[in-house]
Ligand binder design. Structure first.
Ligand SMILES: [Zn+2]
Length: 445
């Protein structure tokens, strides 16, 4: 691009087209997903024939259609009084997928965001989203090679880097890291150390630590905390993790209520092991706050819900640990304004994404507009949270469109004051939003 072009003023009537074009072409660094490279194994039938039942790389039509969002939705249409939960769970995945396709896509109009996402994904892959059964899609996916297919999905979604979530307390995942030291050498993926049990249920986590060779007592004594720090350092080194992450319940409070010994122990581990290790290595700690587990246990993974979290606790963490960096996303719509205001007060707080039940066009638009109004462009507007590779196609396709629309409106407001907008301004802002802000927050030492 010549300087002549980059310096050009964008005319009012070209503004929307220009923003959509720049946003569409911008490669994305997806800062939080649950995706894996093929080295972690895949349970999905494919061209290579190397299928691993407990594999972690999920992709393909049966995984897409049985995503837990759609399981919750199909039980709205065929309630458990007609199809008991246990009957559904006893079926093989393909039969579950057939059931969901039949009732959400064939016998009903797919209107929800999760349903529309499947249609977008199929269409972008060159498939017809009007099929009455899944067999044509299965034939397509059976012919893919998982490794090549990752490249195709990243190209279609224009994602340049995928951030994993590596749950060290999950035995399946942990054993894979231990048995295959080069498991995460795929340059398309970066690792994140996920450690929820250390804070959510420290006494239980300490049992595992002892089994793994760390002298961690169930009470966080100084010697125990040193062992927890050693455990964290070992895993950060093993994974080359780019940050540390945990999901916290809506009830999370800092400081913890003293009447709750489990919460108090978790908080001690947070304050005296996790945060010091993160500060020493200049790694952010990501807090994902507000998911209430298993409000309907019969729905299993689809049974979690949302409640409001406590934003002042986030502010107190940012204030009391000024040498730490916090990436924070909250699940409740009602927490978003307070979180934005808190981010105005603390440079070590980076709000990110529109998570899970917020990942709907109306809410993404509302939250993104509010963030621009309160924070300029100093936030990370979105992460995919994809659990199934192919979801990158629709999650980013849909989000790009909405963010481009909001950004256009923000530029119009600025342009109405008489301020001229150059193409390079739009390019600089777009790069910051889709990768730069996150990378700068990681690199800030
Ligand atoms: Zn997640």
């Amino acid at each position: 691009m010549t300087s002549n072009v980059t310096d050009s003023i964008v005319e009012w009537d070209k503004l929307e087209m220009t923003v959509r074009d720049v946003v569409g072409r911008e490669p994305i660094c997806d800062m939080h997903t649950h995706l894996y490279p093929p080295t972690f194994g895949t349970p999905v039938p494919n061209r290579t024939g190397r299928v691993n039942a407990s594999g972690l790389m999920l992709w393909g039509i049966d995984e897409l259609v049985t995503y837990h969002y759609l399981i919750a939705e199909v039980f709205r249409v065929v309630p458990s009084s007609q199809l008991p939960y246990e009957t559904f769970w006893s079926w093989p995945k393909q039969r579950q997928a057939d059931h969901i396709w039949q009732y959400l896509f064939v016998e009903n109009t797919p209107l929800s965001e999760a349903c529309r996402g499947i249609l977008t994904t199929l269409t972008r892959l060159g498939l017809d989203p009007n099929e009455k059964s899944l067999s044509a899609y299965r034939a397509f996916f059976n012919h893919q090679d998982p490794d090549e297919y990752i490249d195709r999905v990243m190209e279609l979604s224009n994602v340049k880097s995928i951030t994993m979530t590596n749950a060290v307390f999950d035995d399946n995942e942990r054993n894979r890291w231990l048995s295959e030291p080069t498991i995460a050498k795929d340059p398309r993926f970066r690792a994140v150390l996920r450690i929820d049990p250390l804070v959510r249920n420290y006494p239980h986590a300490s049992e595992k630590l002892r089994r793994w060779g760390y002298q961690a007592d169930s009470k966080p004594t100084p010697a125990t905390l040193a062992e927890v720090r050693r455990f964290l350092s070992d895993w950060l080194d093993r994974q080359s993790a780019i940050y540390v992450a945990m999901s916290l319940p809506p009830e999370f409070l800092y400081p913890a209520p003293t009447a709750d010994p489990v919460a108090a122990a978790g908080q001690c581990v947070l304050a005296e092991a996790i945060l010091p290790v993160c500060a020493e290595r200049r790694l952010p700690l990501a807090l994902m706050i507000g998911s209430s587990l298993q409000t309907n246990p019969a729905l299993r993974d689809a049974g979690d819900t949302v409640s409001k979290g406590d934003v002042p606790s986030v502010g107190r963490l940012c204030r009391n640990f000024p040498n730490n960096k916090f990436l924070v996303t909250m699940l409740s719509r009602e927490n978003q304004h307070e979180l934005c205001v808190t981010a105005r007060k603390f440079g070590n707080l980076m709000p990110f994404g529109c998570w899970w039940f917020l990942n709907n066009p109306s809410l993404i638009a509302e939250i993104t507009e509010m963030r621009f109004e309160l924070l300029g462009r100093t936030f990370v507007p979105q992460h995919s949270d994809a659990r199934i590779l192919d979801q990158l196609i629709y999650k980013w396709g849909h989000s790009r469109e909405i963010i481009a629309g909001v950004l256009t409106e923000m530029y119009r407001r600025t342009a109405r004051t008489g301020r001229k907008l150059r193409l390079q301004d739009i390019q600089r802002d777009t790069t910051a939003l889709f990768s730069g802000n996150f990378e700068a927050f990681l690199a800030d030492r």
